[in-house]
Design a protein around this ligand. Structure first.
Ligand code: UD1
Ligand code: UDP
Length: 361
């Protein structure tokens, strides 16, 4: 084991799920490494960024590049240039990148060109749909990373199929750590169920934010039609991309329907509290599919494929696509499986990741 602070790590984050993932690793890094946190500014609204730093007790970022929203090329390009400048100054032993956003790809690419080692957390996931920007980001990031930290056997096998076999390690999923950290805190501090006048176990929770769903008016309309047809209230924390798409496609009337509770994006504690007591979750989010599984809440995934295939194989998650009939059928026919084996780690994934960084250094 390295002595105190002998390892220097630059953590590169920029989007909501990355703050949640990095929170756990950051806590685990504290005893054995110096961590520099670089926020690209991909997400900048307070309820997509700052709230997670506060609630998950993540140190204030050392750098915020303020890149903001733009087309893929412009956003990724600006990040690349600005991250490179920071890495030249900081000269870390490792750069850690998370998941599959434009921030992930820019971080990995900037580092590898400077011969700085890259650790990719959530390596090996594939949807096999190259229309998704995330699929391109993950494939490229995996192929230039020095340490591939995978959540599952399936992820490892995906890498093997692409010829990546060196420094591929199953550590589990670091989101489990953050969920465990937040559950009790959420129950103590969040009043969202009372604030929204909900009865625990008697409401749905829905999220939509994938480009493939928001940018296609047919898919978006079908999902909203399905939400309106549900037999109970549904809370929808609206990602800004989705709110903008609803406005653009002139679907605002859906948000006024009696069972629709549309809100701004929620902080993590409110979200976790709502997830825990939901009757069912309908989502296109990667992170929320896993959280639903860990919390034993039925999940309907509003996509045609998922990276988290184990949750579907075990029956806790149903891939419903994005037509109103297919979504409603999935809701009506869902049956709670008897089995709920452990998936993706036990909440000590942050520690395992740090151990691998020290070992591979
Ligand atoms: C990004 C990731 C996606 C991830 C998601 C997590 C990419 C290609 N996509 O999608 O993989 O699942 O984050 O939430 O990296 N906007 C705001 N305020 C903000 C940020 C964004 O209003 O703070 C609006 C802007 O209009 C922007 C749009 O949301 O154009 C989309 O933001 P962007 O970061 O490009 O992608 P996400 O949809 O958030
Ligand atoms: N989340 C949140 N507030 C919300 C919506 C999501 O705290 O209003 C959390 C959610 O619990 C999960 C993560 O954000 O931990 C998922 O992020 P997102 O769906 O944006 O991205 P994905 O996981 O699909 O990349």
């Amino acid at each position: 084991m390295a002595s105190r602070n002998s390892l220097k790590v630059v953590t590169i984050v920029g989007a909501r799920p990355q703050f949640i993932k990095a929170a756990a690793v950051s806590r685990s890094l504290k005893p054995s490494a110096k961590e520099v946190i670089l926020h690209t500014g991909q997400h900048y609204d307070e309820n997509l960024s700052k709230v997670f730093f506060d609630e998950l007790e993540i140190p204030f970022p050392d750098y915020n590049l303020g890149v903001g929203s733009a087309t893929h090329g412009a956003q990724t390009g600006q990040m690349l240039e600005k991250i490179e400048a920071v890495l030249i100054d900081e000269q870390p032993d490792w750069v850690i990148v998370y998941g599959d956003t434009n921030t992930t790809l820019a971080g990995a690419l900037a580092a590898v060109k400077l011969h700085i080692k890259v650790a990719h957390v959530e390596a090996g996931l594939r949807s096999f749909n190259r229309q998704m920007p995330e699929e391109i980001n993950r494939i490229l990031t995996d192929h230039i990373s020095d340490l591939l930290l995978c959540p599952s056997d399936v992820a490892v096998n995906n890498l093997v199929d692409e010829g990546i076999i060196k420094n591929v390690i199953i550590v589990g999923d670091v989101m489990a750590d953050s969920l465990m950290f937040a559950c009790e805190k959420a129950n103590q501090q969040s009043t969202i169920i009372e604030d929204l006048g909900l009865t625990p176990g008697d409401y749905y929770l829905g999220t939509i934010h994938r480009a493939e769903n928001t940018d296609d008016p047919f898919r978006l309309r079908n999902m909203l039609d399905a939400f309106v047809a549900l037999d109970g209230p549904i809370v929808i924390p609206l990602h800004p991309r989705t709110r903008l798409a609803i406005q653009r496609h002139q679907f605002m009337a859906f948000l006024e329907k009696p069972n629709i509770i549309a809100r701004a994006p929620l902080g993590y504690l409110d979200m976790v509290r709502l997830e825990q007591s939901a009757m069912m979750i309908l989502t296109d989010s990667g992170g929320i599919q896993k959280e639903a599984y860990w919390l034993k809440v039925p999940c309907i995934t509003l996509r045609d494929e998922t990276e988290w295939v184990e949750t579907v194989e075990l029956g806790w998650n149903v891939l419903a696509g994005a037509t109103t009939p297919s979504i409603l059928e999935a809701v009506e026919t869902f049956s709670i499986p008897k089995q709920h084996p452990d998936l993706y780690g036990n909440g000590k994934v942050g520690d395992k990741i740090v151990k691998q960084l020290v070992k591979t250094n």
